[in-house]
Write a protein that binds this ligand. Structure first.
Ligand SMILES: [Zn+2]
Length: 247
């Protein structure tokens, strides 16, 4: 993991601290920005400079903000002992990139080990704010295992499928299986199952544009080959079951 030094000029001395007990996650609430811009914005608030300790852009590059042993300015009431990590993007409107999530998970693990801490919070868990956004996978950062069946149900529900009997309950059963049978993600369906396609793309580690093109179809085929399924590059019932880890 590489942390890029930024040599920011601080407006005044940053207050030192000796205790770190928590990591707080944020989004920039701006689709395109750099740590240098955020630094300027925070200087304009009459702060000493960027309030976060780390900033991760959409390419997954990690930039250093305030030194860890100084007090940040990112979560009122919790600044004195927490490390603030901010992600470029507005996750009320867009999801973070795979590169960003990977870099973020790596950074959080590194900081947890370095400081012997385990507490990871989203900004919105500490005060009334939507930060880091509803499309940010906070559970993964908190080490809570994702319920993939629930993610599948939510994605296909958003694509227009219905779950009249059981709803999106996170449990695999006949109702969910019949949706998986109908919701076949394959080449040339384009935007028909946009959310389901994004889920396939996320689970296979390809760019999440919601459109099953050449790269996504190839990734499905490779996944099928690895898992002893018929390599037809169509994600139907059997491939969904493997992807979601259900029997
Ligand atoms: Zn925040």
């Amino acid at each position: 993991m590489q942390i890029i030094e930024t040599k920011l000029n601080w407006a005044g001395a940053l207050a030192k601290r000796s205790t770190i007990d928590m990591i707080v996650l944020h989004h920039a609430a701006a689709s395109n920005c750099s740590i240098y811009q955020v630094h300027k914005w925070h200087l304009a608030n009459s702060w000493s400079g960027v309030g976060y300790h780390y900033f991760i852009n959409k390419r997954g590059e990690i930039f250093k903000g305030r030194p860890d042993n100084t007090i940040g300015s990112h979560a009122k009431g919790f600044n004195s002992t927490s490390i603030g990590v901010c992600f470029e993007g507005d996750f009320m409107k867009e999801a973070p990139s795979q590169a960003q999530i990977d870099a973020g998970l790596e950074l959080v693990e590194y900081l947890k080990k370095k400081y012997g801490i385990s507490k990871v919070k989203g900004h919105g868990e500490l005060m009334a704010t939507s930060c880091p956004g509803k499309l940010f996978p906070l559970e993964r950062f908190k080490g809570i295992k994702e319920n993939l069946v629930l993610s599948f149900q939510m994605a296909t529900y958003a694509d227009g499928f219905k779950f009249p009997k059981y709803g999106c309950d996170g449990t695999w059963g006949s109702e969910t299986a019949s949706v998986a049978e109908k919701c076949v993600v394959k080449k040339r369906i384009l935007y028909k199952y946009k959310n389901a396609t994004k889920l396939v793309q996320r689970l296979l580690g390809v760019e999440q544009d919601g459109k099953c093109g050449k790269i996504t179809a190839q990734a499905i085929k490779e996944f099928q080959q690895k898992n002893g399924l018929e390599p037809d590059a169509c994600c139907g019932l059997q491939t969904w079951k493997k992807l979601l880890g259900v029997k």
